[in-house]
Every structure is written in structure tokens, then in C-alpha cells.
Design a protein around this ligand. Structure first.
Ligand code: ADP
Ligand code: MG
Length: 671
């Protein structure tokens, strides 16, 4: 069986399961195999009962003080008892598991693993799993894959489908044999086997290194390939960039920074140059990239072409649309909006305007590249806050007869040395200067004991009409790791702050749900948004002034800096509270970098120098999201390896690798 076959060809995958997989953008066997676990859950050693923390999942070792009794409640049966070790005692509650009673003997030591909950009366272990010491020792050696799920798809269903794929599919090596030999990396088939069905920590780490290598390798190949292709293409949409651009610049209430002027100069030269532009504009959060995008869109329209702006979320699309309609509208430019929730009638109108050329600027999400969208003459594409711009999209656009200029804008600060490796084949402009009027975001590193004060602080700012974010690493408690999760946290927070309107946001919600939550927040209908890192790029609310990040030590500094950039977008003083979830002195020192440093690039450099060897089992370090498992900061050594490999390929190896790597899946080719 080939990797490009449809998922339904696998035994055990029916139309319903395939439908659920489709929601995760998995349609082929190859895409399934490359859908790797987000992380691995490991069973931690037991802790003393006296040290249990509420809301956390933990394991304790001890004995039952008495044989648990079963009582009837409105929710069914409740089995409850007292469990103790040398340090203390805790109540255990199991709902609807009366049969467990027979398995308990007061004389025997057992381990209980569960979440520590509390009601008005007491703290208790909720629905814990029970193990013998031998069983638990075995479990501690294993890793359990944690996949991103969607409704109708369980971890088991994914594992079953992957098993069938690994057993029946022929998985070919994509990287040349010489590279495999020089790097000593694991073979792809073994790496996939290990990644999905981990034997132990060491081999899984090896597997992840191989898979990270593939991502870098494919990326570097595609960038090099793209460069070679565009170098031979003529500029079909030459733009002079004078009238409209100058008028826009003059109408600004501020002066462009030196960096903005320089970047615009470089871009303007590309637009009138001999070949289509392929440029990356990198600039820290708040460095003023949007105005540069506006200049590109306006100039393109003035020269008689169309242009589009693509953004990662619907909320951002709407925000940009409102802004552009005002500013470009003043120049007589027609602006349209196209997203996943555009109604059929509106869509027809937009598409007609795009085909006829009447619509000059189109703002939207990925919906821009869906079938049926075609332009009279597309001159430029600006892609904001994401680098993912696959071949599919490129093809969708170039099919329409033109090869548009492409400008990618990214706020992800990565160290210059790494940027040079990743983007050496692209043109880069960097906004390394902040607008002068910026207020510094006041940042504090605190421990969990500070929470009551922090909540008081939140309450004060909410009372003053401002809004706040709270970031947690996990979505729900069952996500395993011992860290705060959005669902429980929001519940606790609403008890602490009964007057605050609290909403939650996380990646397991549908795009529609996410949009609704973010829009309500932007309209000030909620006060606090408790969220995972999905808010990183999706939202721009000037009225939000406080961001509190729980278990901050679990994030990379660069990512924390990105998150922090969600506040400080308006006139008011903003604050960032980093709550350290452990008591490691190293972590405290690392986090304290953010108290003084404000420059994303300096922070990313610091992250690189402070970071230990690759930890594939934790949370990603950089906010960089072009890669699924690779992380340029965490895996800097592998990136270097991939760079050397791509550079040293012979001409024939290169041609073959391009063909093999770039043909795979819709996701694998990014640029
Ligand atoms: P980002 O690079 O994160 O996309 P934006 O383009 O959203 O940043 O700019 C952030 C804010 O800074 C906006 O309110 C914008 O109007 C303002 N801004 C942009 N350039 C300047 C400048 N040169 N001087 C002052 N304010 C600026
Ligand atoms: Mg922006």
C-alpha cells in the first residue's frame, strides 16, 4: 500500500472515522503517519500525601485506613474511603465503580493516581486509577502518546489506524542514503514506529530527532527550490510605488521608524524589480508590520492589479478588513473580506468582484485559496503571522496566469544565526526598531502563593473597564502533565472572582467556537479569557492590559515574549504576571530574563544559550509554528545538520530529493 492512498483503504477505518480524521486535515495514509503525538505522557514517581496540590494529577503510595464503603447518591453510587501514607491522609472518591471495593485489601500497599479535587468539606482524590507497586514501576518506564483529538476520534482509534498503516504501508526513505549514513539518524520506518508506539524514552528521542530532521530538511529544500524557480520568472506585476504609498505615509499620525522606511524601500525595489518578490518581513510584536502590508496592497491596487492579505484567524481577518476598508477606502480602493463564515450570497458577490477585477484588495483566511476563487490579475499576496504557505496555495494562485509578489510577515523572533540557516534562500527585511512611543510591559515572576494578590490585581483592572488573559499549558486535567488546565482553572477563577465574566479558549474547540469567543472578548462582552497558547497570534485587543501565565517555566522565553505581546497594544500601562509552577531556581533565573529584556531577538538569543539539550517530551520552546515537531531553538543542532545536508547534496541527489520530499502531503511543503 502506498502512503498517498485514501485513509478508508485501511482496514478498520470506515467513512465515519475518515470524516473525523478529515477534520484534522488527515485524508491519506501518509498524512496519518505524519500525525505525530503532541507529546508523551509519563507516569511520575509517587509523592507524599501531605504535598498534594489541588487541581493537579498525582500519584500516592499507601494503604486504605479502612475498607471503602459504597453509598447511593443522586449521581449514582459513590465508593469512598480514607487513604494514608506516613505523611498524611486523604479521602478517595470513585463514582459508579462499586466493583473496585472487592479489589481493595486494607493490608496491601497500592498506588493511586488521580486528580486532587476539593469540595466545601475536604480535599479528595477523584476517580483515581489503582495499581500495584509492580504494575506502577512498569508503567513508569513507558511513554503514552498524547494525540490532538477531535470529536468522534479517540486515542485508541488513532492508534489502531496507525498500526494498520504501519503494518500495510510501504514507507520509503525520503532522504538520500548518503545523508542517512553521515548523520547516523534512525530510518524513517523505525522512527515512525517509535514515535507512535514508543518503547522507551531513549529510542523515542532518537525517533523524534529523525522526524525533526525531516521537517527541517523538507523546509530547506522547498525554500531553495522556490528561490530557484522564482529567479527564472518574470515580474508580471511591476509596481511603481509612489502616489498612493506616499499619500498613505503622509496620512499616518506618526512617522515611520527607520527600520520601517528601510524595509519599505527594500520591498518597493522588489515590486518594481525583474522577478516576483519573495520576501520575509520579520519584526517583533508591535514593530509595525501592518502599515507595510498596507503600502504593498495600496501600491499594487494603484498599479492596476489586485492584492490579497491572508491571516491565520477569522478574528484577525475582520480586524484587518475594518481597518483597511477605512484607510484604503479613503484612496478609492475597494476592499472585500472572505472567510470560512462568509455566507454563500456574500461569497458569490466577492468572487464575482475578484474575477472581474473590480475588487482590488481581498482580506481573508485560508478560504482565500479555496476552489472557485480566481482573480483577474493578482499582483501581490501578503501573508501575515504565519509562514505556512504551501504549494497548494501557490498553485491555486499561479493557475490564474500571474505569479504574484509574495510578502510573508512574521512576529516570531528567532536568533539571527538560526534565521540565517532557515531563510538564507529568501530575502529578508527586519524591523529591529520599535516605535518610540511604546510603554514597557511591567513583568513580574511570582510563585503560586502570589495568586490571591494576582487575582486582586485582575479584579482591580477589570473594575476599571480593562480586560485580561490567563494562559494555562493544558486544556483539561486528563491531558496528563502536572500543570494547570484551562477548564478547571476557569472554574476556580470564577469562584475567586465571582463578578468577572470569564470565557475559555483552546485548540480543541471548533474554528467557529473559537471565533465566537474571541469576538465576544474583542467586543468587551467578557473580562477574562482563560486560554491555551492558541491566542498567540489570533487576537489583538487594545483594551486587554494584564496577562497572567500559569506554569510559565514550561514555556520557552521566546514564546512567553510572544504571549506577552498580546497586551501593551493600547495607550494604557500593561502588565505580565509569570506564575512559576515549580520551585526551581534555574527556572526562576530563566524567567527573570523577561523582567528586564523587551527585545524579542535578544530574548530568543538568551533562550538559545540557556536551553538544555532537546526535550522532546515537554512543551515547545519557540513560538515558531511552521514546524510540527521540530523547533528551531530547541533543535538548533538538528537544524544545523539539515542545513549541511541540503547544502552538500549533489545535483542529482538534490533533484531527486526535491521530487520526493515536495510531492508528499499538503502539509509537508511550507515556505
Ligand atoms: P505588528 O508588527 O505586531 O503587526 P502593528 O502593525 O499591529 O504591529 O503595529 C502596532 C501598533 O503600532 C499599531 O497601533 C500601529 O498603528 C502602531 N505603529 C506602527 N508604526 C508606528 C510608528 N512608526 N510609530 C508609532 N506607532 C506605530
Ligand atoms: Mg500584526
Amino acid at each position: 500500500m502506498e502512503t498517498r492512498e485514501a485513509l478508508t483503504k485501511l482496514k478498520g477505518v470506515g467513512p465515519k472515522t475518515a470524516e473525523a480524521f478529515h477534520r484534522l486535515r488527515i485524508d491519506t495514509v501518509g498524512e496519518l503517519l505524519s500525525y505525530l503525538p503532541r507529546r508523551y505522557e509519563m507516569y511520575a514517581p509517587e509523592v507524599p500525601i501531605a504535598s498534594l496540590t489541588e487541581g493537579r494529577t498525582a500519584t500516592v503510595l499507601g494503604t486504605f485506613a479502612n475498607l471503602p464503603g459504597v453509598v447511593r447518591t443522586s449521581r449514582g453510587s459513590l465508593l469512598t474511603g480514607k487513604f494514608r501514607d506516613a505523611s498524611g491522609t486523604i479521602t478517595v472518591r470513585w463514582f459508579n465503580r462499586p466493583y473496585l471495593r472487592k479489589m481493595i485489601s486494607v493490608a496491601k500497599y497500592v498506588l493511586l493516581r488521580g486528580r486532587v479535587a476539593r469540595d466545601r468539606r475536604e480535599r479528595y482524590l477523584l476517580q483515581p486509577e489503582m495499581y500495584t507497586p509492580e504494575q506502577y514501576r512498569e508503567l513508569m518506564k513507558t511513554l503514552r502518546p498524547v494525540y490532538g483529538l477531535t470529536s468522534g476520534l479517540t486515542t485508541n482509534a488513532i492508534a489502531k489506524a496507525v498500526r494498520a498503516a504501519l503494518d500495510n504501508c510501504e514507507i520509503r526513505e525520503k532522504i538520500p542514503a548518503t545523508v542517512l549514513k553521515d548523520t547516523g539518524l534512525m530510518r524513517i520506518k523505525d522512527a515512525l514506529e517509535e514515535a507512535h508506539f514508543p518503547k522507551n524514552e531513549e529510542t523515542t528521542r532518537e525517533a523524534m530527532r529523525r522526524l525533526a530532521f525531516d521537517e527541517f530538511f523538507g523546509f530547506l529544500l522547498s525554500v531553495r527550490n522556490l528561490r530557484e524557480q522564482t529567479e527564472t520568472l518574470p515580474n508580471t506585476s511591476p509596481v511603481a510605488c509612489s502616489g498612493f504609498a506616499n499619500r498613505l505615509i503622509e496620512s499616518l499620525p506618526y512617522e515611520l521608524t527607520g527600520a520601517q522606511k528601510r524595509a519599505w524601500g527594500e520591498i518597493a525595489a522588489d515590486l518594481r524589480g525583474n522577478h516576483p518578490m519573495q520576501r520575509l518581513l520579520q519584526g517583533d510584536v508591535g514593530s509595525g508590520k501592518t502599515v507595510i502590508a498596507e503600502l504593498v496592497l495600496a501600491s499594487s491596487a494603484e498599479a492596476g492589479y489586485q492584492a490579497c492579505l491572508m491571516v491565520p484567524t477569522e478574528v484577525l481577518a475582520k480586524q484587518h478588513f475594518a481597518e483597511l476598508s477605512k484607510r484604503l477606502g479613503a484612496l478609492g480602493i475597494t476592499v472585500g473580506l472572505l472567510t470560512g463564515s462568509t455566507t454563500a450570497a456574500q461569497r458569490r458577490e466577492i468572487l464575482a468582484g475578484a474575477v472581474s477585477g473590480e475588487l482590488q484588495v481581498l482580506v481573508g483566511t485560508h478560504a482565500l485559496f479555496q476552489e472557485g476563487v480566481s482573480f483577474a490579475h493578482l499582483g501581490a499576496v501578503v501573508v501575515d503571522e504565519q509562514h505556512r504557505f504551501g504549494v497548494e496555495q501557490r498553485r491555486a494562485l499561479s493557475d490564474k496566469g500571474s505569479t504574484p509578489h509574495v510578502l510573508l510577515m512574521s512576529a516570531t523572533p528567532i536568533p539571527r544565526t538560526l534565521a540565517m540557516m532557515l531563510y538564507a534562500d529568501l530575502d529578508i527585511s527586519i524591523l529591529d526598531e520599535m516605535p518610540a512611543n511604546r510603554k514597557k510591559i511591567k513583568t513580574a515572576v511570582v510563585d503560586a502563593g502570589y495568586r490571591p494578590k494576582a487575582y486582586h490585581f485582575l479584579a482591580e483592572h477589570i473594575a476599571a473597564g480593562e480586560q485580561a488573559y490567563v494562559i494555562c499549558p493544558l486544556i483539561e486535567a486528563s491531558d496528563g502533565l502536572d500543570a494547570e488546565n484551562v477548564e478547571d482553572y476557569a472554574e476556580c477563577l470564577s469562584e475567586e472572582l465571582p463578578d468577572a465574566r470569564i470565557a475559555t479558549l483552546h485548540g480543541r474547540m471548533s474554528a467557529k467556537e473559537k471565533t465566537a469567543v474571541m469576538e465576544a472578548f474583542a467586543r468587551r462582552e467578557t473580562d477574562i479569557l482563560v486560554s491555551t497558547t492558541v491566542i498567540e497570534v489570533g487576537i489583538d485587543v487594545a483594551n486587554a492590559t494584564v496577562i497572567m501565565i500559569e506554569d510559565a517555566e514550561r514555556f520557552g522565553l521566546a514564546q512567553l515574549h510572544q504571549l506577552r505581546g498580546r497586551v501593551g497594544r493600547g495607550e494604557k500601562q500593561s502588565y505580565c504576571i509569570l506564575v512559576q509552577g515549580n520551585d526551581s531556581a534555574d527556572a526562576k533565573e530563566r524567567l527573570s530574563v523577561l523582567q528586564t529584556a523587551t527585545d524579542g531577538y535578544a530574548i530568543a538569543e538568551k533562550d538559545l544559550s540557556l536551553r538544555g539539550p532537546g526535550d522532546f517530551f515537554g512543551i515547545r520552546q519557540s513560538g515558531e509554528d511552521i514546524f510540527r515537531i521540530a523547533d528551531p531553538i530547541r533543535d538548533a543542532d538538528i537544524l544545523g545538520m539539515a542545513k549541511r545536508a541540503v547544502t552538500s547534496l549533489s545535483a542529482s541527489e538534490y533533484a531527486k530529493a526535491v521530487k520526493q520530499c515536495l510531492a508528499e502531503t499538503k502539509e509537508s511543503v511550507v515556505y
